[in-house]
Design a protein around this ligand. Sequence first.
Ligand code: APR
Length: 239
Amino acid sequence: MLPELRTGMERQRIVVFTGAGISAESGLRTFRDSDGLWEEYRLEDVATPEAWHRDPATVLHFYDLRRAQVIQAVPNLAHRAIATLERCFHVDVITQNIDDLHERAGSSRVLHLHGEVLKARSTVDPSLVTRINGPSLALGALCPLGSQLRPHIVWFGEEVPLLPEAAELVSRADRLLVVGTSLAVYPAAGLVHYARQGCPIVLVDPGEVEIRRHGVTHIKTKASEGVPSLALDWMNERD
Ligand code: APR
């Protein structure tokens, strides 16, 4: 039977939790690797509410640069393999990334824990979210209520509004795949602890990432190598 035709079966639930490493091979820099963004910028200057109040132009410029690069980037083999898993499994992607490469690769359920660089939101009503047309968000660009638009990003020190939804998804997962994250930033990094006892956890990351849980398999390769071959194994298991 073709994998796509398994409509009547109860599908296993896979949750894929990704970080900057999955987009590294699409040309988007990570944060904490040796050439990472936090070597070039102080996060206190560009990714906090205080920075926004002190110097919004600098913050807007930082995200304009990120947005321009995201628009140029294309999904890589790892993004595509995750999308392909949907042929056999119910797949939810939880990403810390602000790019849209999972969506462009074809994933249909993507939760952006730390926001989306291609969107802006009102500074007085966070429910007013709009897509940014073009690479830049200008000082003076206003929401329908007349307040300045800000990048639709969760900054350091801010609440993570989608965390409860993400934790619920992880707690219902039959398998958890973690890709390309240093797990250095909480509360996102704590999500792995919501996996139920016995849920197999696979980490694909070439770095020394520590997950303090039993039953973690660490595939120490780049995402474009490790994720497609794992996805193929998992899909073949189902045949
Ligand atoms: N394939 C897979 N993983 C890779 C690759 C690659 N080709 N290249 C690098 N990595 C791994 C690194 O080994 C590291 O573990 O990607 C990880 C990147 O870690 P960080 O730079 O800390 O990125 P991330 O974990 O996503 O950061 C979390 O921090 O600054 C904030 O809000 C920002 O969402 C971000 C959060």
